[in-house]
Design a protein. Structure first.
Length: 227
């Protein structure tokens, strides 16, 4: 009973933080860009809270997953606030490092320099978070020998360029495609499609999951960084 009360209190605190953010949007003296970014963040928070609650988990599990997702948004927002954009390599390495997977150890990252707009960075970071958590619970990061290779490439020229990112897990026992799709699958398919116009495929191969995400590298999403 005490644990349930604590969990409910934590949810109430998260909802209170969300209300405070919404209050900031109503302040007339707030800079236009700040209001716009806050509005995007609040909308994302609302979606995460509602969709996380729709999964079949007990209260403690719900709160834990919800806090992890919000932490991801906070980390990526801090990067965007500091630099004005989100560097793709940093997004990937930071999220994996947060779960104890260091680049060069069990993680290989390779691809050109890409700078993402803040909102696109938030969306993609949330997708990477879901892949990382799945890798811990069911895949490569839950195995002492598992590893992950993430590669990305750009095809075409601006303004018609597109980015293709492949997340591939290795040395994992074969897992069947889950019969029930939760919040993570929704982020990888519906949310990426709606927000980034991304085409995402999830393939459960004999040695681990392969996730391929392709989306246009338009001005509102991001650009290839100059050398």
């Amino acid at each position: 009973m005490a644990e349930d009360i604590t969990a409910v209190a934590r949810i109430a605190e998260l909802e209170a933080d969300n209300r405070r953010l919404r209050h900031l949007l109503d302040q007339r003296d707030a800079p236009g860009e700040l209001r716009h970014r806050l509005r995007n963040t609040v909308a994302m928070l609302r979606t995460i809270i509602r969709r996380s609650a729709a999964t079949n988990r007990d209260l403690d599990a719900y709160v834990g997953h919800l806090e992890d997702r919000l932490d991801t948004l906070v980390r990526i927002q801090a990067t965007a606030d500091a630099r004005g954009f989100v560097e793709l390599h940093t997004l990937l390495s930071d999220e994996l490092f947060h779960y104890g997977a260091s680049e060069g150890d069990r993680v290989l990252l390779s691809g050109p320099d890409v700078n993402l707009q803040p909102k696109a960075g938030q969306i993609l970071a949330l997708a990477v978070h879901e892949l990382a958590v799945n890798a811990i619970e069911h895949g490569a990061l839950g195995s002492s020998t598992g590893r992950i290779e993430i590669s990305w490439s750009i095809s075409g020229e601006a303004p018609n360029a597109s980015l293709s990112l492949v997340w591939k897990e290795w040395d994992v026992a074969a897992i069947a495609e889950p019969s029930r799709h939760g919040f993570g699958t929704e982020v990888l398919t519906r949310t990426l499609l709606y927000e980034l116009k991304a085409d995402t495929s999830l393939t459960f191969e004999t040695d681990g999951l392969r996730c391929t995400i392709r989306f246009p590298l338009s001005e509102r999403i991001g650009t290839a960084a100059e050398s």
